[in-house]
Design a protein around this ligand. Structure first.
Ligand code: NDP
Length: 793
């Protein structure tokens, strides 16, 4: 071997340590013991717990375990600060956010070192990714503060926001939460994860030093119970949570019926698809980033590798070779690829999951490599093969450096496998064929799709999940929207009960009394009239108590059939927007032909002249037909050689339980936006006055609405709502009803993290065009997928 070849063979890494001293000196300056940061001041440390360095097991500092009383104090401080903070001009608020961004940049190294010490992530990542993105987030949102009033007219901040974050990107998650909240004019109480409170405390000191008004940002440290106290506090207007799906569901249930705003960024099991025409070397480098970045403790980690069968063997062989070069060790060494996991309990959890997977038949490959450090939370990178889709390691979020590989034969199979998960956070596609990649991207149910790249993030591009990965977005315009609400919504009164028709669908005591009529209006499921499974019907009465008709008494089987029919009609979402618009225009025109008949029917059920309601319903259908091809996305230009296409997609199957009053408009005003955006629907019309909608199916049939796109189930609204809210085949639900029933719907929706909207008896006047003919419902009928597409050579 010649000398040069020999040097390359024997070349090794020298140590490249980053000094922990400045970070330790900062901890020393606080006596290594912290209270909370409330109302611009540091509280005295209370009962504390240790924040440890996971690479050594040594304690870094003592952090206070926040009590409900301390949470209350923080909420009061945030409430007191809200009035003046929200009254500042956008420009003035923006100046504070710029000041925070600059201070973070100025102290970037200190933040990076402290983050790596506390969390165990390689300094290379905290220095080059986490902290720069934190600064970018505050800069970007300083700009939003300035323009929020212009860009979101008629909107106001929620008020006091409770924010709870996990330990995997401690400061970055803080930035994703605090920057948009403050830009919108909210004040916040943030609880960092118990393992990683330190950079949040350093951030508090930054807020103090730049002179942020007191009470605008409050940092309360603590454990899960402190989070629970924040969630339960009555003085909080909105909860924003990032963490596990399990805790997210608990928070959904705990906030049910409270009227608190909620956004959830939850777990994932994201697919990483490699097609046979991919640039394999690039795909392997991408994969290293997808699954071994931050030790795999990334919610959007590409943890499920799906490779096309024709290249599987070659790809796996190359991957193993690459894995053998990954260096595991001291997070403060600049030449380390994989640092420490956050805590011993996580290491144990991952080992347990691996044992279960192996028992179920999985094969695990771990490269030999250098010996792992003797102490600390270290694991080697692992590749798992020989698994079926039901293997624990394929289904569960591992949250560690473990990649699970499976193969597929065709693009159809790839999409089916990719979507075969309860999560929907992210996906990666590798293919040199742009047609193929752009065909697959919209078919994957995930909030972010990266093409020929992975783990790209930017403050201008929304991030968040589909399905059980949560709802709401962080970053960009969508991220701002979750911290704002229409000003009218904040002051809505409860509805007066006189609005409801006189005899709300009361059941006759003797069922035979109803046989004065010879016809029961059928339900409408899968494009066909359907008799109720129960075999029972219920009377519909005029205000004077006279029986004027009968409808089916729907039950859970009818709902099941309707949801099944709606799922079979999901193709409505990929029908061209122009076509959907035409169908809605046609529907409006056909309703117009029967204007008088529908008006008479309304009068018969409510005693009120129905003409205005029919006219408003026709106009509403026109309005949303007009929206169908106009409420669309954006193309973002992040600071990378990529564009991010923000695509507006339907949510999926929507359940709509219409209000009692306004038998026609009450349903049409909700159907129209949901249909325009491509969602198939299960509709429960007004319980008291359902005949306007059972008449409507004849209009639907003559208007080219495809079978299954609108399904109508009549009956007891609250009973049917419960079944719909519990149904995993329903993706979103709008419910009109009492506060108690609204709480029930929200609680039951936690099962599959449905997106819900409930009326809680508030006085919602659907006649109001100003409020309800625009994006209010459109935004609630859609979710945004960001597809990152690289460009340039
Ligand atoms: P957890 O859900 O356990 O914790 C997240 C935060 O919630 C922590 O601050 C935690 O406090 C707090 N918490 C725990 N229980 C409750 C409760 N009942 N009520 C209110 N707050 C509570 O998740 P981890 O911290 O263990 O993080 C890992 C998980 O987070 C992974 O499953 C991952 O997928 C997900 N995640 C999702 C992200 C996304 O953007 N979608 C980003 C990052 C992580 P404490 O620390 O004391 O337990």
């Amino acid at each position: 071997m010649n000398r040069i070849a020999q040097i390359f063979e024997t070349l090794d890494y020298g140590p490249a340590p980053e000094s922990p001293d400045p970070a330790l000196a900062w901890l020393d300056s606080h006596g290594r013991k912290f209270g909370h940061f409330i109302d611009g001041k540091w509280t005295k440390p209370g009962e504390t717990f240790s924040s440890d360095n996971p690479a050594t097991g040594e304690s870094l500092a003592q952090v206070t375990n926040g009590t409900p009383e301390e949470v209350d104090k923080a909420v009061k401080a945030a409430r007191a600060a809200f009035k003046s903070w929200s009254a500042l001009s956008g420009y003035e608020r923006g100046r504070y956010l710029y000041a925070i961004a600059r201070a973070i940049q100025k102290h970037a190294r200190l933040f990076a070192v402290l983050e790596s010490l506390d969390n165990g992530k390689p300094i290379r990542e905290s220095r080059d990714l986490d902290i720069p993105l934190v600064a970018r987030h505050f800069y970007h949102h300083a700009g939003w503060a300035q323009h929020v009033a212009r860009e979101f007219p008629g909107h106001v901040p929620y008020g006091v926001c409770g924010q709870i974050i996990p330990w995997n990107f401690p400061l970055l998650m803080l930035a994703w939460k605090i920057a948009p909240a403050l830009a919108a004019g909210n004040t916040v109480i943030l609880k960092p994860a118990e393992f990683t409170s330190l950079t949040a405390l350093l951030f508090a000191e930054i807020c103090e030093r730049i002179g942020l008004p007191k009470g605008v940002v409050n940092i309360v440290t603590g454990m899960g119970e402190t989070g629970q106290a924040i969630v339960a506090h009555e003085g909080i207007d909105k909860i924003a949570f990032t963490g596990s799906t399990e805790v997210g569901k608990a928070i959904r249930a705990a906030t049910a019926g409270t009227g608190k705003g909620l956004s959830l960024e939850l777990g994932g099991k994201s697919p990483y698809l490699v097609f046979e025409d991919a640039d394999i070397d690039s795909a392997i480098e991408g994969l290293v980033d997808a699954i071994w970045f931050n030790q795999g403790q990334v919610c959007c980690a590409g943890s499920r590798l799906l490779i096309q069968e024709s290249i599987e063997e070659r790809f796996i062989a190359k991957l193993k070779k690459r894995m053998a070069t990954l260096r595991v060790g001291d997070p403060l060494d600049k030449a380390i690829d994989i640092g420490a996991l956050v805590a011993p309990v996580q290491v144990e959890r991952i080992r347990d999951l691996m044992k279960r997977g192996v028992k179920e038949g999985a094969l695990v490959y771990e490269p030999d490599g250098d010996p792992l450090p003797e102490r600390g939370c270290f694991l080697r990178p692992a590749l798992v093969t020989n698994v079926s889709p039901a293997n624990t390691l394929v289904e569960e979020e591992i949250f560690g450096p473990v990649l699970v590989a499976m193969s597929f034969r065709t693009p159809e199979e790839a999409v089916a496998l990719a979507n075969n998960t309860r999560y929907g956070l992210a996906a990666t596609i590798w293919s040199e064929n742009i047609n193929l990649a752009l065909d697959i991207a919209p078919r994957i149910k995930a909030g972010v799709v990266w093409i020929n790249g992975t783990n790209n993030f930017d403050a201008a591009v929304g991030f968040g999940g589909y399905k059980e990965s949560g709802f709401g977005r962080e970053g960009g315009r969508e991220g701002m929207a979750v911290y704002l609400k229409p000003s009218w919504e904040k002051t809505l009164a409860a509805a007066s009960s006189s609005a409801a028709p006189a005899k709300a669908g009361a059941q006759k005591s003797n069922p035979l009394d109803s046989d004065v009529l010879d016809q029961t209006a059928k339900m409408y499921i899968g494009g066909k009239q359907a008799r109720p499974d129960s075999g029972y019907s219920r009377g519909v009465f005029a205000p004077d108590g006279k029986l004027i008709g009968e409808v089916g008494e729907g039950n859970r089987k009818d709902i099941r059939n309707a949801v099944e029919a709606a799922r079979a009609a999901l193709g409505w979402g990929t029908t061209a927007a122009h076509t959907r618009a035409q169908v809605l225009y046609f529907l409006a025109e056909n309703l117009d032909y029967r204007r008088d008949e529908f008006a008479r029917r309304i009068k018969a059920q409510t005693g009120k002249d129905g003409e205005a309601e029919v006219a408003a319903s026709i106009e509403r259908l026109f309005a949303f037909a007009a929206w169908a091809d106009k409420y669309d996305g954006a193309v973002h230009n992040p600071p990378l050689r990529a564009v991010a296409a923000a695509m507006v997609e339907p949510i999926g199957v929507m359940a709509i339980v219409a209000p009692e009053e306004q038998p026609l408009l009450g349903s049409v005003a909700l159907l129209a936006p949901a249909l325009a955006m491509g969602n198939p629907i299960v509709l429960v019309p007004s319980q008291a006055a359902p005949l306007s909608i059972t008449d409507l199916y004849q209009v639907l049939e003559t208007s080219d609405v495809p079978s299954g796109v609108v399904n109508i189930v009549t009956g007891d609204a609250v009973t049917l709502a419960k079944t719909l809210a519990e149904h995993d085949g329903v993706d979103a639900m709008w419910f009109f009803g009492s506060p108690e029933a609204s709480a029930m719907v929200e609680k039951a929706s936690a099962g599959n993290v449905k997106q819900t909207w409930t009326s809680r008896s508030r006085a919602i006047d659907l006649f109001d065009k100003e409020k309800f003919e625009g994006d209010y419902w459109l935004a609630k009928a859609t979710q945004i997928k960001n597809v990152w597409i690289p460009y340039g050579a």
